[in-house]
Structures are given as structure tokens and as C-alpha cells.
Design a protein around this ligand. Structure first.
Ligand SMILES: Nc1ncnc2c1ncn2[C@@H]1O[C@H](COP(=O)(O)OP(=O)(O)OP(=O)(O)O)[C@@H](O)[C@H]1O
Length: 553
């Protein structure tokens, strides 16, 4: 990401270099005038007050221009980095987000972005201060090359020590940042597991003990980093004062030099004290920002939403087009203590028709949820093929393919905005009517297409998810154990009214369920066993079979 930002903002950065040099030269010209006045006395000085005020006027304009440029660059980069991150997280496959894990993504979105944004704020200021120091060195070279030789030797030594100290902080900075991912995960558990931890003090002690152990390690490393920074700053100050002492007390004994030149050196070095301190502190910020950029890159987020997506025809009942899976395989693989643990779904083939309700049953961990994610393209199959209306689904048309689906999983996320099929806000009156049908009108209302309350019971939240799905109006509906949290009355309404209504609208409906009582609501029932799919006979088929055989007898 850092390289692409350099590239995008190259003109700002390139422009910063001459601006910084001009600013450095203007600063030095002011110092030269002051040193001339102090060294030669007011009667013998070469430059008058007019030159001085012109020089500080130029310094003001260049300084202001540079700060305005920096503010513009910094604000733009900050906006750009955050927008890129949102686009990249949205474009990243579910598989990759699951592989990385929520704590790492959150740590990066909150911690790394803030630090990374500072990089382009600090870089121009670093440039300016380096330019000032270089101009200061050039001015000192003009005053006396032999004395500069003394100064340069001390400055070089200081620079080497400071660089070594900065590099010394890098390892600890990386380690602190790595541990922050774990801390973020623990913070989540602390909030999510508040009930369990409050009820079990042993677990709470064990848990907080582990967390504080990590925090103690971070504390130790932070202390080491801050100590190194303190060394750096003190060393920088000491070096400047040592150089001043060398010039004042030793220079005239070592090389032939006048009092005015010594005054010039002293004033320049005192002036350079602040730029040198700024450079030292900014070097540390750059190290931190580099660690943050590396961390962002490590998430392996997608670069952007893939371009050149082709559209697929939406499935409708009248077209009678089918969604089919042909010898599809999806495999999870995880390494545990050097052993590869895997779960494989398929190879399986399945045909889903508009206006049909298909029920998937099976024990825990047999692959039902995985199958739904494969059907809707959240997990692209590793082999085999998905087809819709006879058209193969591939990477290029995957986004258009996913537009066919509404999915409600047990860990669904409820959004407060009610949007229609085109992503536009829905009419409040229509939403209110639907809330009444779902028996939610007493607890939730909708204003400007925004639901006013999401803190509800799990069964009620699932009804709201159904409401959002209804307005999205997608042709294929996938419901994973939706009815599991409903009371008996609403369970019956779901199987006997809602599913038939979806069917009548020509939707392709796939329901994962353990509700044996309602298997006859489905047109087809399949059982998953260890990732293998087997068709089952439904009651309605059995009844139809029986009545047919009675009729023929
Ligand atoms: N993200 C993942 N990474 C690795 N393995 C996973 C992942 N998600 C699920 N699995 C494994 O895949 C298998 C099938 O999981 P899945 O969630 O599809 O089962 P399920 O039939 O829906 O179970 P349940 O009825 O309990 O919801 C399980 O053995 C599970 O451990």
C-alpha cells in the first residue's frame, strides 16, 4: 500500500523537496543576517533591516506554503487510506477474512490506520527539517571549512548512534504490534463473555491473568522503546552542546579562525537544535508507520473490487431456469500440531428450481452451513461447477451471481436500513405493514427507512432479518436454521405460510432445518452426512405415491 501511495502522491512529495530546500535557505539567510549583525557589530554589518525583514517575510511565505501543502497532503492521504481499507475489506473473500480473524482486522482498522496516516503528515516535515540542517551545514561550510570538519565529525558520530538506536526499537515495535492482535481478541471475549466471566470467577481470574501477562510484556517492551527514544533525544542534545563547547573552547586552538566565525557557528548550531530534535522524533514515527503498513499488507486483503464483471440473467419462475451444482467440492484445511485436519464437502450435485422449497437436514458439523455458502458463491468451489440458467459461474461473473441471493445464517448481522431490490430506501408505510405481519409492530418502528431498535430477542431479530430479506426481493433465498429460535406459533407460520408464500412468488428456497414435523412443507429433502448429500423422500411425495398406487389398484 505504501508504494502505491508514494506513486499516487508523487507530485506532492516531489514538490516538497524544492520547497524544503528554499525554506532551509531562507532560514539560513535569516541566521546569516543575525550572525553578521552580532559578529561584526551594528555599525559594520553588511545587511540592513530591510534585507532582514524581506528575509523573514520570505521565510513566513515559504513556511506557510509548506504547512498548507502538508495539511492538504495529510488530509487527502488520511481519507484515501481509510477509503482504500473499506474497499479492500469489502472486496476480500469471506474465506480470507475468516482466515485472518476478526481481532486482526479490527486491530488494523483501528490501530494501524491511525499510525499509517501519520506517515504522510510526518514525511514532509522531516524533509523540511533535513533541508534546514543541510542548509545549516552549507552555511557553516561557507563560514569555515576546517571548523565544519570538526562539526561534521561530531554530527556524523551523532547520526550513527541515533540511527542504531532507531533500528534498535524496530524489533520491539513489531512485537508490540503483533501482541496487540491477541489483546484485541481478548478484549472482544471480555465483552462478549461478560455473562460467563461474571458467573465464573475462576475463569475470570484465569482469563484476566493471561491478558495481563500479555499487557505486562507489552509494558516491558514499550518501556524499552521509550528508553531508547529518551537516549536518542538526550544524545542529540548532548552532541549539539558538545559541538558548541568544542567550537567555543577548542576550535581557535586547532585551526586559525576569527571570533565572528565562531559566533556564526554558535548561532547556527543553536538554531539547528530544534530541527535535529524534530528529525529524531519523526524517525521513530516513521518506524511505527512502516510497521503499521507492513501489518496492513500482511492481512492480504484484495486490492479492489474485481473489474469487468459480466451480468448474469436473474432467475425467475416464468423462465423456469435452474441453479445447479455439478460435482462441487469445498474443503477446509487446518494445521494443528503439524497434523492437517480437513473437512470436505462433496463432491456433490444438486438442482434447485424456482418455485421450489428444498430442505437440507443432517447432524451437527455435517456441512449444511458450508453448503449454503458454496451455493451462493461466498465459498467458491475448489472443483466442480456452479451454473445458473445454464451459464457457468466463474470469477468474472461471481459478483453478479451473488446478486441472486438473500442469506440468513445463525450468526447473521442485522442492518438498520431497509433497502429495496435496487438498494434504495423503502417506504415506511410498507415496512410498517410488514412489521405488523411479523408481529413486531409493538416493539420496532421504521422512520426514513431506518429501524429504530435492533436490541431484541434472538427470535425477534431473526424476524427482522426476514423483513430485510423480503424487501431485498432476491430470487434465491437461503435460510440456515431460521426457525430454530421461533416460538411454536411462529414456527408454524414460517413453515405453513411464509415458505408457501415465497414458493408462490417463484423464489428458489433452500432451508436448513432440524424440524422433522414440517418436512412435508418441502418439495425436496436432502440429507448431508460427513459432507455427502443424499436425497430423501418427503411425506408429500410418499403420500402422492400412496394415493397413486391406491388409485391404480
Ligand atoms: N471456517 C472454517 N474453517 C475450518 N473448518 C470449518 C470452518 N467452518 C466450518 N468448519 C468445519 O466444517 C465442518 C462443517 O461445518 P458446518 O458449519 O458446515 O456444519 P453444519 O452442518 O452447518 O453444523 P451445525 O448443524 O452444527 O450448524 C465442521 O466439521 C467444521 O468444523
Amino acid at each position: 500500500m505504501l508504494t502505491s501511495l508514494y506513486f499516487k502522491y508523487k507530485w506532492y512529495l516531489i514538490f516538497t523537496v524544492p520547497m524544503s530546500l528554499l525554506l532551509g535557505m531562507a532560514s539560513m539567510s535569516v541566521i546569516a543576517i543575525i550572525s553578521d549583525a552580532l559578529g561584526n557589530g551594528l555599525d559594520n554589518m553588511q545587511y540592513g533591516p530591510v534585507v532582514f525583514f524581506c528575509a523573514i517575510g520570505l521565510l513566513f511565505l515559504l513556511g506557510l506554503g509548506n504547512e498548507l501543502l502538508r495539511a492538504r497532503l495529510s488530509a487527502r492521504v488520511s481519507y484515501d487510506i481509510q477509503q482504500r481499507m473499506i474497499a479492500r475489506v469489502s472486496a476480500t473473500s469471506l474465506e480470507q477474512v475468516e482466515r485472518v480473524g476478526l481481532p486482526k482486522v479490527i486491530a488494523t482498522m483501528t490501530q494501524d490506520l491511525t499510525v499509517a496516516v501519520r506517515y504522510f503528515h510526518v514525511l514532509p516535515e522531516l524533509c523540511v527539517n533535513i533541508a534546514i540542517v543541510l542548509c545549516g551545514v552549507a552555511f557553516m561550510a561557507y563560514l569555515s571549512l576546517p571548523v565544519l570538519g570538526l562539526v561534521a565529525a561530531c554530527l556524523l558520530l551523532t547520526g550513527v548512534v541515533i540511527t542504531l538506536l532507531v533500528l534498535g526499537t524496530h524489533k520491539d515495535r513489531v512485537s508490540i504490534r503483533e501482541q496487540l492482535d491477541t489483546v484485541m481478541g481478548h478484549y472482544q471475549s471480555l465483552v462478549k463473555g461478560a455473562k460467563e466471566l461474571t458467573l465464573n470467577r475462576h475463569r475470570q481470574r484465569y482469563f484476566t491473568g493471561r491478558l495481563t501477562g500479555i499487557l505486562a510484556d507489552i509494558r516491558g517492551r514499550t518501556q524499552r522503546v521509550l528508553s531508547l527514544l529518551a537516549w536518542m533525544e538526550s544524545w542529540g542534545q548532548l552532541a549539539i552542546f558538545a559541538i558548541l563547547g568544542t567550537i567555543i573552547f577548542l576550535a581557535s586552538h586547532l585551526v586559525p579562525v576569527s571570533g565572528e566565525i565562531i559566533v556564526g557557528f554558535v548561532i547556527t548550531l543553536l538554531f539547528l537544535l530544534e530541527p535535529i530534535e524534530v528529525i529524531i522524533s519523526h524517525l521513530d514515527e516513521l518506524v511505527q508507520a512502516k510497521v503499521a503498513f507492513d501489518k496492513i499488507d500482511k492481512l492480504k486483503l484484495a486490492e479492489a473490487i474485481p473489474q469487468g464483471q459480466t451480468d448474469l440473467p436473474l432467475l425467475t419462475h416464468s423462465q423456469g431456469k435452474t441453479l445447479s451444482l455439478h460435482d462441487v467440492v469445498y474443503r477446509y484445511e487446518r494445521e494443528d500440531d503439524g497434523q492437517v485436519k480437513a473437512f470436505q464437502l462433496g463432491p456433490l450435485s444438486l438442482q434447485l428450481q424456482p418455485g421450489e422449497v428444498t430442505l437440507i437436514i443432517g447432524g451437527n458439523g455435517t456441512g449444511k452451513s458450508t453448503l449454503l455458502k458454496v451455493i451462493c458463491g461466498l465459498y467458491p468451489p475448489q472443483s466442480g461447477q456452479l451454473q445458473i440458467a445454464g451459464q457457468p459461474v466463474c470469477a468474472q461473473n461471481m459478483a453478479a451471481f451473488r446478486d441472486h441471493f438473500s442469506l440468513i445464517m445463525p450468526d447473521f448481522c442485522l442492518f438498520e436500513d431497509v433497502l429495496d431490490a435496487n438498494g434504495q430506501p423503502c417506504e415506511d408505510a410498507e415496512v410498517a405493514a410488514m412489521l405488523t405481519q411479523l408481529k413486531l409492530d409493538k416493539v420496532v418502528s421504521c422512520k426514513n427507512a431506518v429501524l429504530d431498535k435492533l436490541e431484541l430477542s434472538q427470535g425477534q431479530r431473526k424476524r427482522l432479518a426476514l423483513l430485510l430479506m423480503y424487501f431485498e426481493s432476491r430470487p434465491i433465498v437461503l435460510l440456515d436454521e431460521w426457525a430454530a429460535d421461533q416460538d411454536p406459533t411462529f414456527k408454524r407460520i414460517f413453515y405453513k405460510e411464509i415458505l408457501p408464500s415465497l414458493k408462490a412468488q417463484g423464489k428458489t428456497v433452500v432451508v436448513v432445518s432440524h424440524d422433522e414435523r414440517y418436512f412435508d412443507s418441502a418439495d425436496k429433502v436432502y440429507k448431508l452426512d460427513e459432507g455427502r448429500l443424499q436425497p430423501m423422500l418427503t411425506k408429500s411425495v410418499i403420500n402422492a405415491d400412496q394415493s397413486l398406487s391406491q388409485h391404480t389398484a
